[in-house]
Every structure is written in C-alpha cells, then in structure tokens.
Design a protein around this ligand. Structure first.
Ligand SMILES: *Cc1c(COP(=O)(O)O)cnc(C)c1O
Length: 389
C-alpha cells in the first residue's frame, strides 16, 4: 500500500473537523431562510450576523463591510467589474499585474473588450512588481489598482502596504486578491489601506463555494447579483448559511493560530526547498526566497517535463501541481512562470508542492526521497541533459 501525501494545499484544503462540526446543525436543525421573519428565519439570521462579525474581525474590518460570495473567483470579478461599472467611476483605467489569478486577469480582459483600459505591470525574476512602474502607470483615469497579495503559483508576497499608500495618495481604489494570503499572513485592511479584498473559504480549511469580498465603507461598487435584499442588495440570493458558518469557523481558527501555523509551515517549506535544491542539480527555486507564502515550494528541474514528473510523483502517492496549464487542457506554460522570465522549457519542468496544516516532516522527507530518483530517471531519457551527451 503506497502512502498518499497531499501537497496541493494551494489548490484546495481539506475541511477541518471543527469546521464540519460547526456546520452540521445548519443543514438539518437551523435551516430557515435568513430573510424569513419567523423563528426559523431569525435563528438563521442570528448566525449570519455572527459569522459576518467573525470574518470582519480577522481583517480588522467592520461587519457591514463584509459581503459573502461564492468564493474567490466571484469576489475578484465583483471587485473589478463592480468598481469600473459603478455609478460614478473615477475613470476607465485599471492597473493590475501579469501574474494575477485568472479570476482577475480574465475579468480584466473582458473589461478591455468592453472598452476599458488595463495596464498589466510586469514582475521581476522573483515575482515582485515595481512600485516605480506602478506610479508611472497611474493616470487621471485610473479607477482601480488590483494587485494580488500572494501569488498562488510561486508564493511571492507583494509590497501591499506600499501599494496601498500609493493608491491612497492618488485617491484610487485598491483591490487585492488575498485568497492565498488569508490565514497565512496577518491582514489589517486599515493598516494596509485596502479598499476591496477577496478571500475564499476552501483555501483555509473551510467548505468550497463560499468566500467574501471586503468593501470599505463608502466605496462605490456596482451591485453584482440582482434579486432580493441579501448582502445589502448588492449580491442577492438566499444565503448559504452552512457554508458561511463553516467559512467563519475556518477563518476564526486560522486567525487565532496564525503565528503557530506560519512558524510550523515555514520550517517544513524550507526543509523541502533545501532538501531538493541541495540534492538535485540543475534545479532552481521560483518565487521570492524570503517574501514567500509559508507553505509554497515551486521548483524548476531543467531537462524534464513537469507533467511526467507529476504522474510519477502521483504514482508514489505524492499529489502536487505542475508549472503548466496542461491540467486544464492547454499546453501553454503558466503565465506566472513566463511572467518571471522562465523559458518555455524551464517553465514546463516546474513543480509546485504546497504544504498545509496536515503536512508532517515525515511527508516532506518522503517527497524528497521519491523525487530524487524520479528526476534522475526522467533526465536519463532527456537528450538535452548534459550527462547524456
Ligand atoms: C483559489 C484562488 C482563487 C479562486 O478562489 P475560488 O474560491 O476557488 O473561486 C482566486 N485567487 C487566488 C490567488 C486563488 O488561489
């Protein structure tokens, strides 16, 4: 029986038992519609209010600034489209980066097709945007700056506080996709001057299909879903109470255990990075060496195919993710790896292993132990590997 080791926490996480336990009563006992005036509805409404307060507290926001959504993708779409299509946008220009999640990039591309202007800031070889580039891109028409907090592929943490200061100084709204940051770094929307922020439950050990968009009070944002009066009429539809309860529970656990979680993960991450880089030649770490998600490991192994590597790893029971979009039916290398300047070949030989709360030191050592011979075997078949020539 081979082991099964999950190292794809950036794709999604298992739901923690405490979270499931918190959700259970809201399926079968407290199942009222939170908009109903009767007792069943009032009970649902009560937990909805409490959950909103819980999530707000984790961001140092007010409860009336938290809007529940169906997850990170929806929050990102709402932030971009909502700001540009509000009743009084400051202008028709967005500044974002080339390495954003597709939820931001594709929303930006749609806006472009509709006539809005978008500037995609490049990043350096570690994945960081340049603050000088950002300042230079600002025009009188810039309505929104949308820069992700932590990149989901390479783990780079952007200078969010500095970006917030620049946005504030120019009176421009600042949105950040904080899906990977939430639960992995301290987030204070006041201190960081953030106006809109996307988070998702299933990346922090909560259920899938639920998340939130923080919208600073007074920010002009168009409604996203029309219907009933839910979420102050901005995002209508009967609330997903069990999901929201689970999300709030997961957010609370993450917030209360942040330091311990980060310290533990960082040690595991560095053990994995050092173990691989020191024992496998022609390998390089992608992303920033220190400004980095505590659980993100992204390494390029030259002269091999990431897809073959992933399959062989999976065969040994280790679940990771590759540096290309092949899994989604396309052979294009990842826009993020191309964004940091990797060649197609190197990008294709990349592997992301993302660690989380259930990862052990034993798991890390096992992954290193199985990866070394797999990379070696694949290279033996490569005509480009120097040792074969
Ligand atoms: C996962 C992810 C999303 C999408 O969130 P969903 O809740 O899965 O829709 C958006 N941005 C980043 C950075 C992510 O990692």
């Amino acid at each position: 029986m081979t082991k099964r080791i999950y190292m794809d926490y950036s794709a999604t996480t298992p739901v923690k038992k405490e979270v499931v336990d918190a959700m259970m009563p809201y399926f079968t006992e407290i199942y009222g519609n939170a908009s109903s005036p009767h007792g069943f509805g009032r009970d649902a409404k009560k937990i909805l209010i409490k959950s909103r307060e819980t999530v707000a507290k984790t961001l140092n926001a007010n409860a009336d600034e938290i809007y529940f959504t169906a997850g990170g993708t929806e929050s990102d779409n709402w932030a971009l489209k909502g700001v540009l299509k509000s009743i009084k946008p400051k202008g028709n220009h967005i500044i974002t980066s080339t390495i954003e999640h597709h939820a931001v990039l594709h929303a930006a591309e749609t806006l472009e097709k509709e006539g809005y202007k978008v500037t995609y800031l490049p990043v350096d070889s570690t994945g960081l945007i340049s603050l000088e580039d950002l300042k230079a891109a600002i025009t009188d028409e810039t309505a929104l700056i949308s820069i992700m907090f932590i990149n989901n592929e390479i783990g780079t943490i952007q200078p969010i506080k500095e970006i917030g200061e620049i946005a504030k100084a120019h009176n421009i709204y600042f949105h950040t996709d904080a899906v990977q940051a939430y639960g992995n770094v301290a987030i204070d929307v006041e201190e960081l001057n953030i106006d809109l922020l996307s988070v998702s439950s299933h990346k922090i050990y909560g259920p899938k299909g639920v998340g939130a968009l923080y919208i600073r009070k007074g920010t002009l944002v168009a409604n996203f879903v029309e219907g009933g009066a839910q979420e102050k009429k901005k995002r209508a539809g009967t609330e997903n109470i069990p999901g929201i309860v689970g999300f709030a529970k997961a957010a609370e656990i993450a917030h209360d255990n942040l330091d311990e979680h980060v310290n533990r993960l960082t040690a595991l991450r560095d053990r994995l990075i050092n173990g691989l880089l020191s024992q496998i030649d022609y390998s390089r770490l992608n992303g920033h060496p220190t400004k980095r998600h505590p659980g993100n490991v992204n390494i390029s192994f030259e002269f091999i195919e990431g897809e073959a590597l992933l399959l062989m790893l999976d065969h040994k029971g280790v679940a990771g993710s590759s540096g290309s979009a092949c899994t989604s039916g396309s052979l294009d290398p990842s826009h993020v790896l191309m964004g940091i300047g990797l060649t197609h070949e190197v990008a294709h030989g990349s592997l992301r292993l993302s660690l989380g709360d259930f990862t052990t030191e034993e798991d890390v050592d096992y992954a290193i132990e199985v990866l070394i011979p797999i990379v070696q075997r694949l290279r033996e078949m490569s005509p480009l590997y120097p040792a074969n020539n």
